[in-house]
Design a protein around this ligand. Structure first.
Ligand code: FAD
Length: 394
């Protein structure tokens, strides 16, 4: 019998190995990771990690001792380069074959780059190295442009404002965040930038970057050039599936899985890389959220080790994002027939509820951390819209 192998040593991969041990599996367990680091947490990279002051440490999830106590063989700094599901074998670093008995794929996502050659001073933000480069540039004082008005771009802009760095966010769409929070609430989120002195320009796209070696400006679709010596590109992420090309797995914007996170016999996927059937909403989903990556990692390993008793993984999607001194939290889905705002959008606290037919399907809150999880539970129970309104005091 081969070992249990987990590919991708970040949040989902870590939770997979921890869960394998928790279920009582005592055999060989390997965690393979392309990065040199022990598993570390990504959300702080666009938040506290960028704060002024001493250089922060890598935000590891666990110490080496904690991982050693789990009796996990760590293969860090080496990527899996291919998978053969018939032979039940992966290849590491292009030449080392490794047989598995069960496989969990947790290779996450990588940041999308701007097309064309990259200049110094242009960064995406996915890894701790990316965050360090952005920190250094902010420390040096700079003129900053953020490409993309999504969550990561917005958080980086917030970090810049904390240091009084002038920052412009460029968004190609008429409004940012429409996919994440829906048409109705996008403007209310975007307004947080104006309140905090960040310029947000929508409906403009980047046509090129100016500069020889180092970036000096960003050329825009309206013909203008915006001077910049730090450009952070936050235009989304793509699931890391290139190593699965000849695996026979179905890959379509992620590894396609059933509701138990199974992609093929003995092969499961979890986290940002997984597209699975979420039974709660009766549809395929791929989430790029911390909470689902952690939960799926644990569920995938459990199901991989006991396929006969495999349980569906269903969840109400949840993510948070910290902008300036504000906390945005979204639960559920945004495809709604109606959105009702409770409170005043000019205020520092508000709540928006999303209705589909006669059900509550989503909720977005600004600075209401106590409340939002109650709505998450209501969505999970299939609560009626009228009950949600009554709970909100309407
Ligand atoms: P990843 O964290 O992407 O890890 C995948 C790992 O697999 C990586 O270490 C990668 O190097 C490795 N890998 C890739 N290919 C291979 C290979 N072939 N072989 C071996 N290893 C490989 N979510 C929220 O809900 N709230 C937030 O506030 C929030 N903030 C975020 C801020 C930033 C800057 C980022 C980048 C993400 C943020 N997220 C947030 C999202 C959250 O961090 C992700 O959903 C989570 O990290 C996904 O975990 P994962 O293990 O699936 O994938």
């Amino acid at each position: 019998e081969g070992p249990v192998v987990v590919v991708g040593a970040s949040l989902a991969g870590l939770r997979a190995v921890e869960s394998a041990r928790k279920t009582g599996y005592a055999g060989r367990l390997l965690l393979v990771g392309a990065e040199e680091h022990l598993p570390y947490d990504r959300p702080p990279l666009s938040k506290a990690f960028l704060d002024p002051g001493e250089d922060p440490a890598v935000p590891h999830h666990r110490t080496e001792e904690e991982l050693r106590a789990l009796d996990v063989e760590l293969r860090l700094g080496v990527p899996a380069t291919s998978l053969d599901t018939d032979a039940r074998e992966i290849v590491l670093g292009g030449d080392e074959q490794l047989r598995y008995d069960r496989l969990v794929i947790a290779t996450g996502a990588r940041a999308r780059q701007l097309p064309g050659e990259q200049l110094d001073g242009v960064h995406t933000l996915r890894t701790v190295e990316d965050a360090r480069s952005i920190r250094r540039a902010l420390d040096g004082g700079c003129r900053m442009v953020v490409v993309g008005g999504g969550f990561i771009g917005s958080e980086v802009a917030s970090a810049a404002r904390k240091r009084d760095v002038d920052v412009t966010i460029l968004e190609a769409a008429p409004l940012p965040l429409v996919r994440a929070v829906g048409e109705q609430m996008a403007a209310a989120c975007a307004d947080l930038h104006a309140r905090n002195g960040t310029e947000l320009r929508c409906g403009v796209s980047v046509t090129g970057l100016e500069g020889e070696d180092c970036v000096e400006g960003v050329a825009l679709s309206d013909g203008s050039i915006l001077p910049a010596d730090l450009v952070v590109v936050g235009i989304g992420a793509d699931p890391v599936t290139d190593w699965l090309t000849d695996s026979g797995l179905q890959v379509e914007d992620g590894v396609v899985c059933d509701e138990t996170l199974r992609a093929a016999p003995e092969v499961y996927a979890a986290g940002d890389v997984a597209r699975w059937h979420n039974p709660l909403f009766g549809r395929m989903m791929r989430l790029e959220h911390w909470t689902s990556a952690a939960e799926q990692g644990a569920a995938a390993a459990r199901n991989a080790l006991a396929p006969a008793e495999a349980t569906p993984y269903s969840t109400v999607p949840y993510f948070w994002s910290d902008w300036y001194s504000d906390k945005l939290q979204m639960v559920g889905i945004t495809a709604a027939d109606e959105v009702t705002v409770i409170g005043d959008l000019d205020d520092t606290r508000w709540l928006a509820l999303y209705r589909q037919e006669d059900l509550l399907v989503g909720a977005l809150a600004l600075n209401m951390p106590g409340k939002i999880m109650k709505y998450r539970a209501m969505i999970g129970r299939g609560s009626a819209w009228q009950d949600a309104l009554a709970f909100a005091g309407r």
